[in-house]
Design a binder for this molecule. Sequence first.
Ligand SMILES: Nc1ncnc2c1ncn2[C@@H]1O[C@H](COP(=O)(O)OP(=O)(O)O)[C@@H](O)[C@H]1O
Ligand SMILES: [Mg+2]
Length: 315
Amino acid sequence: MTAPAIHASRLTRRFGDTVAVAGVDLSVAAGEIYGFLGPNGAGKSTCVRMLCTLLAPTSGSATVAGHNVLSDPGQVRLRIGVALQDAALDPKLTGRELLAVQARLYGMSKRQAAIRLGELAGLVDMTAIDRRIETYSGGMRRRLDLAAALIHDPEVVFMDEPTTGLDPDSRVRVWDELRRLNRDAGVTVFLTTQYLEEADELADRVGIICRGELVAEGAPTDLKRRIGTDVIIVAVDGDAHAAAEAVRPVAGVESVEVHGDELTVAVQDGSRSVSPVAVALDTNGATVTDLRLRSPSLDDVYLELTGARLAVEGS
Ligand SMILES: Nc1ncnc2c1ncn2[C@@H]1O[C@H](COP(=O)(O)OP(=O)(O)O)[C@@H](O)[C@H]1O
Ligand SMILES: [Mg+2]
């Protein structure tokens, strides 16, 4: 077994009376995309800053890329790429200059940097690379900052809310690039997000953080399955109670509730039950006006675990 790319044990950080991160245990395998999901103030950035050696833990410990963040921060820094939430890019530099500075910091030759820039062309707007950063849109700046974090081909990358505030086009480009780097270069990705959709789309495994604590962890599908069943919503024209009785005996149906002219049918496996349910309704002469399958979402998981909906909308 290879050592995990990121390992944290009882990682804790206090600011005065505020416990920003409260004893988080984490283990992220090499080559994994791990999504740290939680609302504003949950402790995501504080956790990232500790893992990136930018902030000392109050207690607990962590290793990243095989090196201890406290006793060996230099070794950690050489192996990681970091894009923080509040990146300040020098507006007078051009995109190319910024990337060159970053490459030089890591001891890369001009040739290496140029090759690497070509590889990151999916993130950077090459038509704007020789323009000053002050002329860039928010999305262009953010993507340039992500490219700067990746220029030295790090083993592990930390991205703190990489797509917050990005337009849909930029968001998709960032997702595609992270997926590509993960798939082709085996880069381990630790990203934080407030977007359920992003965690669901991108992460192999999701950790849900709430008030400094990791309240759940798992693959998105497992997290969803853990909290419940699929639901088929059927609208009928006519006697909904009779329709409910027709559906009840169908294999895989766990419960049927009637609300007005709508049936809520809880089933073990939605994709398997849709057609038997539809057939039973048809056989019993029910007129179906609408039929929808609803799988539990990460938002349902989040609600179950924390008692609150994650209010932020992914755009
Ligand atoms: N430098 C700091 N000084 C005081 N409190 C802080 C500091 N950084 C973060 N906090 C507090 O710690 C908590 C977690 O913040 P943060 O890690 O930024 O959460 P997130 O990134 O999930 O929004 C919040 O209550 C925040 O106000
Ligand atoms: Mg944050």
